[in-house]
Design a binder for this molecule. Structure first.
Ligand code: AMP
Ligand code: ZN
Length: 509
C-alpha cells in the first residue's frame, strides 16, 4: 500500500502516487517570505514537507520538489526601504539565512527553488491570459483584479460558501490592505497586479496595464504550473494558506490553463503554538533557530521536537519538549551503538540508506514504518520505535536480525531527518558567505523544453551541458539505449538528470 496523507480538497486520507505513472512525484510547496529569519513555526511546516518527501523516496517514489521564495511583497519592500538597501540585496541576505537554517535542520534542498522576482514576466503572462479569458479586469489606477464570481468553483478547497467568504482583506504579511482597492468591483476580488505607488520606491516592473508589481498569490500559480504543469501531484503549506492563498492559486491557475485539478493532493500542516498560545512577537514567544541555539539546543533536537506531533494537530512547543527531544535522541543513539557493536560495525557505518534503490529491510521496526505510512503518523511511529528498541537490544538476536534492525532504524531516522552520529549543525553555512540559489549546497539547473540549459541557474560545466544535450536528442530520436548510456555517463561524472514537464533538471550528486 502507498503512503497516505489527508487531502484538504476531498477531506479524505488518500494514497500518494504520481498522477502519471513512471514520472516523478511532483510536489509544490509555498516557500518563505524572506524579510527576516524564518521562525520555528515556518520550519514545522517545511520539515513536515521534507519528511513526506523522504518517506516517498523511501517508498521507492522519485520526487520532484519545487519550493518558491517570496521576495517581492509589501513586507519585503517596506523592510528593505527601512534598511536603506535595494530589495534584491535585502531578500538575498534573508534567503541565504534561510538556506543556512535549512541546512542546519537537515532539510533536503528543493530540486527547483524559483524566486518570485525572477519570474515576473511569467506572472504578467498569466494575468494577460486571465484578462483574455474574462476572469480579470483592470481598474482605473492600473491595477488588475481577479473576478471571483467568474469562477463558480471558488471556495472548493476551503469548503466555504461564497456568501460566507471573508473579504480578501489581508496581504501576505497578514496586514490589512486598504490603499490599493480603488475600482475593485467586489469585496471578494483579489489583486493580480498592483499599480505602482510612490511608497514602492524603485520596486516596479512594466506590464500592459502600466508599471507596478504582482499581487502575492499569482507567483505560486505561475511558477507551479510552469515547472510542474497545469495538474501536478501535491501542493503543500501551513493551514493559514488554505484560504485565501491556495484558494486563489487554484482560481488563477485553473482559469488560465483551462484544466481542472491543479493538485491531486492538498497537504496542510497545523500550526505550531508556543506554551499554548499563538506565536507572536508582541508576546515575546516567537523563536528562531538561533534563539534556541543560544539556549543550548541542537538543531537535531529542534527537528525532532517539531516532527514529534501529528501534522494535522496543532503542536505546542515548550522548552521542556525540546529537552525531552534531546533525551529521546540520546536514547536512540545508545541503542544504535549497542546494535552496531553487536554487528561489528562503527557509527560511521550507520549511513543514510541508499534511497530510491528498492529498499529494504525493516526488521523489528516494520510496525513503526507502517504507522508512518498511515497518514504520516509520527507520534505512533515513535511509540512503536521506542517499544521496539528494548526488544532489538535484547541478547539472543541473531546477527542477521541485528543487521535488519539496524537497517530499519537507519531508514526511520533518515525519514525523520535525524542524523544520530553527526552534528547536523556542522552543515550550517555562514549566512553571509556568497552562494547560489540553493545556498550553494545543491545547485539546480533548470532548462526549458527548448534546450537543456536554457534557464541555467548556476554553473554547469560545458561538457556536462553537451552530454545532457546529446541525451535529449537521443531521447527525442527514441534512441533509448544511447539516452540511458548518456544518463549513466552523467551520473558517473556526478550529475543526476531528471526529466520534468518544464524540461530537464541537472543536480550535482
Ligand atoms: P511565510 O514565510 O509566512 O510565507 O510562511 C512560510 C510557511 O510557514 C507557510 O507554509 C506557512 O503556512 C507556514 N507557517 C506560518 N506560521 C506557522 C506556524 N505557526 N506553524 C506552522 N506553520 C506555519
Ligand atoms: Zn504559495
Amino acid at each position: 500500500m502507498a503512503i497516505c496523507v489527508h487531502d484538504t480538497l476531498s477531506r479524505t486520507v488518500k494514497p500518494l502516487a504520481p498522477r502519471e505513472p513512471g514520472t516523478p512525484y511532483r510536489m509544490y510547496c509555498c516557500g518563505p517570505t524572506v524579510y527576516g529569519p524564518a521562525h520555528i513555526g515556518n520550519f514545522r511546516t517545511f520539515i513536515l514537507q521534507d519528511v513526506l518527501r523522504r518517506a516517498l523516496q523511501m517508498d521507492g517514489v522519485e520526487v520532484l520538489h519545487v519550493r518558491n521564495i517570496t521576495d517581492v511583497d509589501d513586507k519585503t519592500i517596506r523592510r528593505s526601504q527601512e534598511e536603506g538597501v535595494s530589495l534584491g540585496e535585502f531578500t538575498q541576505k534573508w534567503t541565504r539565512k534561510f538556506h543556512a537554517d535549512c541546512a542546519a535542520l537537515n532539510l533536503l534542498p528543493p530540486h527547483i527553488e524559483p524566486s518570485a522576482v525572477e519570474h515576473i514576466p511569467l506572472q504578467v503572462d498569466m494575468i494577460k491570459n486571465l484578462m483574455e479569458r474574462g476572469h480579470a479586469y483592470r481598474t482605473p489606477d492600473g491595477s488588475v483584479y481577479f473576478k471571483v464570481r467568474s469562477f463558480p468553483e471558488y471556495g472548493k478547497l476551503s469548503h466555504l460558501e461564497p456568501e460566507s467568504l471573508r473579504t480578501q482583506d489581508t496581504n501576505s504579511a497578514g496586514d490589512l490592505h486598504t490603499a490599493d482597492e480603488y475600482g475593485r468591483e467586489h469585496a471578494h476580488d483579489f489583486a493580480l497586479w498592483k499599480a505602482r505607488k510612490p511608497e514602492d520606491g524603485r520596486n516596479f516592473w512594466p506590464s500592459p496595464w502600466g508599471e507596478g508589481r504582482p499581487g502575492w498569490h499569482i507567483e505560486c500559480s505561475a511558477m507551479s504550473t510552469h515547472y510542474l504543469g497545469g495538474t501536478f501531484d501535491l501542493h503543500g503549506g501551513g493551514v493559514d494558506l488554505c484560504f485565501p492563498h491556495h484558494e486563489n492559486e487554484i482560481a488563477q491557475a485553473e482559469c488560465s490553463t483551462g484544466e481542472r485539478g491543479l493538485a491531486a493532493h492538498w497537504f496542510h500542516c497545523a500550526h505550531l503554538m508556543v506554551d499554548g498560545v499563538k506565536m507572536s512577537k508582541s508576546l515575546g514567544n516567537l523563536y528562531t533557530l538561533d534563539d534556541l541555539r543560544a539556549k543550548g539546543a541542537s538543531p537535531a533536537a529542534l527537528r525532532y521536537a517539531l516532527v514529534a506531533g501529528h501534522y494535522r494537530s496543532q503542536l505546542n512547543f515548550t522548552l521542556k519538549g525540546l529537552s525531552d527531544a534531546t533525551s529521546a535522541i540520546a536514547k536512540i543513539q545508545k541503542a544504535a551503538r549497542k546494535l552496531l557493536a553487536r554487528a561489528g560495525l562503527e557509527p560511521a557505518d550507520f549511513a543514510p540508506p541508499e534511497v530510491l534503490e528498492t529498499v529494504t529491510t525493516w526488521g523489528i521496526f516494520q510496525k513503526a514504518w507502517d504507522c508512518l505510512r498511515n497518514d504520516l503518523n509520527i507520534p505512533s511511529m515513535l511509540g512503536q520505535l521506542f517499544a521496539a528498541l528494548p526488544r532489538a537490544t535484547m541478547p539472543g538476536r541473531t546477527l542477521e536480525e541485528v543487521r535488519a534492525d539496524l537497517s530499519g532504524l537507519g531508514n526511520l531516522l533518515y525519514v525523520l531527518g535525524i542524523k544520530l552520529f553527526e552534528e547536523s549543525a556542522k552543515n550550517a553555512k555562514d549566512p553571509d558567505a556568497a552562494d547560489g540559489v540553493n545556498g550553494g549546497a545543491n545547485p539546480v539547473i533548470v532548462a526549458g523544453n527548448d534546450g537543456v540549459a536554457a534557464a541555467a541557474q548556476t554553473d554547469v560545466p560545458e561538457a556536462i551541458r553537451e552530454l545532457a544535450e546529446r541525451r535529449k536528442k537521443a531521447k527525442e530520436a527514441r534512441d533509448y539505449a544511447t539516452a540511458d548510456a548518456l544518463r549513466a555517463q552523467l551520473e558517473g561524472l556526478g550529475w543526476k538528470l531528471t526529466d520534468s514537464k518544464a524540461g530537464h533538471i541537472l543536480t550535482p550528486l
